[in-house]
Write a protein of this length. Structure first.
Length: 320
């Protein structure tokens, strides 16, 4: 039975996650913050996931168990959970990660103190397969810096995010199938016009690296570049930057470090869009300068095109 007045809904989709599921559930039930419902949606698992969840549910009334009779995949499951949630805030959780005990407490405190923020991530600690020593991944801090970096990278983690549910519901913005495997990046991009973003400058989640997670699968998916192109076009559209299909292709190639196979004309097309992006504000200009300069200083051809498109102002800004 769902709680009727939780401030937070912890939303965790599950699909064949028996190996690490108990660790994930335990980490949420051990939170210092207590006013939450724990919505677990089983997306047609064929392993022992259901029995593990039911065992926990029998002992803890915070757990709300929902079972998809067929595997409807992650994006539809997430949207289903967002619509079912009773909380003011949605805390995302993956079935193989571990939330640190004060995670929800810190995120709720931040969101309550910053009512214009609709999405808040954090630093996170990476561990798991092939990692001998866990390490912390940092993310940009502050609304302008986060949004400016969204063209270049996914600046807010997914399993460590908290979302103001009303921002999604009131604006009709949900996870979009167009951005398969990068659905979180797509959601942040589409929410940019409607709210501020934040990141906590501390690690609140242990993120498990494995060969079966969506991030790893995306690397091997030949369609990922097409999803990324759509996302790139969406970002430019939201920022009112108009580029042709060819220019967006060139920019994508440049952002994916394929410049060795690009012609000078292709590089110019990419930098033409970046030049427009740099005009959006100080944070955007810094992101463009840092990115272009990091490539140009190791590549004479990029350096020449950079000077042609940006002039000496770019290198002066970098040096100063």
């Amino acid at each position: 039975m769902m709680q009727t007045n939780p401030l937070v809904t912890v939303l965790m989709p599950v699909y064949n996650a028996e190996k690490y599921l108990s660790e994930a559930i335990d980490s949420i039930l051990a939170q210092t913050y207590k006013n939450f419902e724990f919505l677990i949606i089983n997306d047609g698992s064929t392993d022992r996931s259901e029995s593990i969840i039911l065992d926990y549910q029998s002992k803890n009334p915070k757990i709300v168990y929902v079972k998809n009779e067929t595997n409807i995949k992650l994006i539809e499951t997430l949207n289903k959970g967002v619509r079912m949630a009773n909380g003011k805030y949605i805390v995302r959780m993956d079935a193989d990660d571990i939330s640190k005990p004060s995670r929800i407490e810190k995120q709720v405190e931040y969101m309550e103190a910053h009512p214009t923020v609709g999405v808040c991530g954090s630093y996170f600690t990476v561990f798991g397969e092939g990692i001998n020593k866990p390490y912390i991944v940092k993310r940009p801090l502050g609304n302008n810096n986060i949004k400016a970096s969204m063209l270049f990278t996914n600046a807010i983690g997914h399993p460590n995010v908290i979302i103001r549910r009303s921002v999604m519901i009131n604006n009709g913005v949900f996870y979009d199938k167009r951005f398969f495997r990068i659905e979180d990046w797509g959601l942040w991009t589409e929410l940019m016009p409607y709210c501020d973003f934040g990141n906590l400058p501390c690690s609140i989640l242990n993120y498990r690296r494995s060969s079966t997670q969506e991030t790893a699968l995306a690397i091997d998916d030949p369609q990922t570049k097409n999803y990324r192109k759509l996302l790139l076009g969406e970002n430019l559209k939201i920022n009112e930057i108009h580029g042709s299909d060819n220019q967006i292709d060139c920019l994508l190639s440049f952002l994916q470090d394929e410049h060795k196979t690009m012609t000078n004309k292709d590089l110019e097309n990419a930098m033409r869009l970046l030049k427009e992006y740099s005009k959006l504000g100080k944070a955007y200009k810094k992101e463009v300068i840092d990115y272009v300069w990091s490539r140009a200083k190791h590549n004479y051809r990029i350096c020449l095109v950079m000077f042609k498109m940006f002039g000496f102002s770019l290198i002066m800004d970098k040096l100063c």
